[in-house]
Design a protein around this ligand. Structure first.
Ligand SMILES: CC(C)=CCC/C(C)=C/CC/C(C)=C/COP(=O)(O)OP(=O)(O)O
Length: 375
């Protein structure tokens, strides 16, 4: 059995078979009074008008394609109130501006810029992975074709930089620098993720580095650029960036659990989405590293799968059998523990920054949400 507990301080897990995501440690639920739904809604409400104005700048048909992706219209072009995502990154950006002593509105350009980069990456990711469902509807490449998915993704990336640079301030320059660095990390992470699909073995350390790049970097950036726009010095921005990075690792660990055991009704994606992609996500690499009969059988099966010409036609039962082996080898429980461990590191990072108790409680509440979420 893979035993990282000898080298890290995480507490033994309490997740039981059948539990999708980890429970939050009681010591970290001091934010009970915070309404996370309202916090996420605030980020979305502040960011959406600016996001819509940015999308309106795109030439046709990219403006329409982007509006479909964000859920503002349906595939036929009729107005819609679709799932535009959880808006975790905008919530972090406006809260980070507050942590720096500014009004939440000051963080809005950062919130929008990060959300644009996030959505650029989703458009390209769905195309690369051949995913047909996101946010409970057909993906952009499926509805509008691969060329539009590539172009609109590229355009959103350009818009993100435009939105910040148009502010014309020193802070905006610092924020843009942080955004481009995070975007490069995101791209590195995606390259690592894709290359790992073709490898038999990936270490847990490699997987964590990849997930830190593809997910940690952008959540970290949401925090740091919100803080920078709010007037924070580099120490404060870097500290909030550390919170966001570990929050991102917790977020991705939960995403990996949902990618195998998530309920498609809640996630809005296909069943077994990560297994269908041969993803070396945390539950898989932890299970392969664990040793023992289930781990060895899983290794053999995945090696056979890598050569199978009919993999795309595998039945639900075949994916379920792989998921069961991952769980039996301990990969599910290990990943749930890792999410809790990263959640704790994120919250501890907040101690280095002076901020109003209420703002700190909101950061804690967002971290709690990240590890218990079902979508
Ligand atoms: C360059 C490139 C193609 C990079 C791709 C990187 C990539 C797809 C990383 C995954 C990040 C992630 C957890 C997305 C879901 O976020 P979420 O659950 O917050 O999504 P939501 O906005 O739909 O809620």
């Amino acid at each position: 059995m893979l035993d990282q507990r000898a080298t890290d301080p995480r507490t033994p897990g309490t997740a039981t078979r059948g539990e999708t995501v980890p429970t939050v440690p009681p010591a970290e639920t001091a934010a009970d009074a915070v309404d996370v739904t309202a916090l996420l809604e605030r980020g979305r409400t502040l960011a959406t008008p600016v996001l819509k104005a940015a999308v309106d700048r795109l030439a046709a048909p990219m403006d329409t394609v982007a509006a479909y992706h964000f859920g503002w219209i349906d595939a036929k072009g009729n107005p819609a109130d679709g799932d535009g995502g959880k808006a975790v990154r905008p919530a972090l950006a406006v809260l980070s501006a507050q942590a720096a002593g500014a009004a939440p509105e000051v963080g809005v350009p950062g919130a929008v810029a990060v959300e644009l980069v996030h959505n650029f990456s989703l458009l390209h990711d769905d195309l690369m992975d051949g995913d047909e469902q996101r946010r409970h509807r057909d993906t952009v490449w499926k509805v509008h074709g691969p060329a539009q998915a590539i172009l609109v993704g590229d355009a959103l990336f350009a818009l993100a930089n435009e939105i910040l640079l148009e502010l014309g301030t020193v802070e905006a320059g610092r924020a843009t620098r942080r955004l481009t660095t995070a975007t490069r990390a995101l791209i590195d992470g995606q390259a690592q993720d894709i290359s790992y699909e073709h490898r038999d073995r990936v270490s847990v350390e490699e997987c964590l580095e990849m997930e830190g790049n593809k997910t940690g970097a952008l959540l970290a950036c949401a925090c740091s650029i919100g803080a920078v726009l709010g007037g924070a010095d580099d120490f404060t921005a870097d500290t909030l960036e550390k919170y966001g990075y570990h929050l991102g690792l917790a977020f991705q660990a939960v995403d990996d659990l949902l990618g195998i055991w998530g309920d498609p009704e809640a996630t809005g994606k296909q069943t077994w989405s990560d297994l269908r992609q041969r993803k070396k996500s945390l539950p898989v690499v932890a299970a392969l590293a664990a040793g023992g009969p289930a781990s060895e059988r899983l290794g053999e099966l995945l090696a056979e799968d890598a050569k199978a010409s009919d993999f795309e036609n595998f039945s639900e039962e075949e994916f379920a059998a792989r998921a069961a082996l991952i769980e039996e080898a301990g990969g599910r429980e290990w990943t749930a523990q890792e999410a809790r461990r990263q959640h704790t590191i994120a919250i501890e990072a907040l101690d280095a920054v002076q901020m109003p108790d209420r703002v700190r409680a909101q950061f804690v509440a967002l971290a709690d949400f990240v590890v218990v979420r079902k979508r």
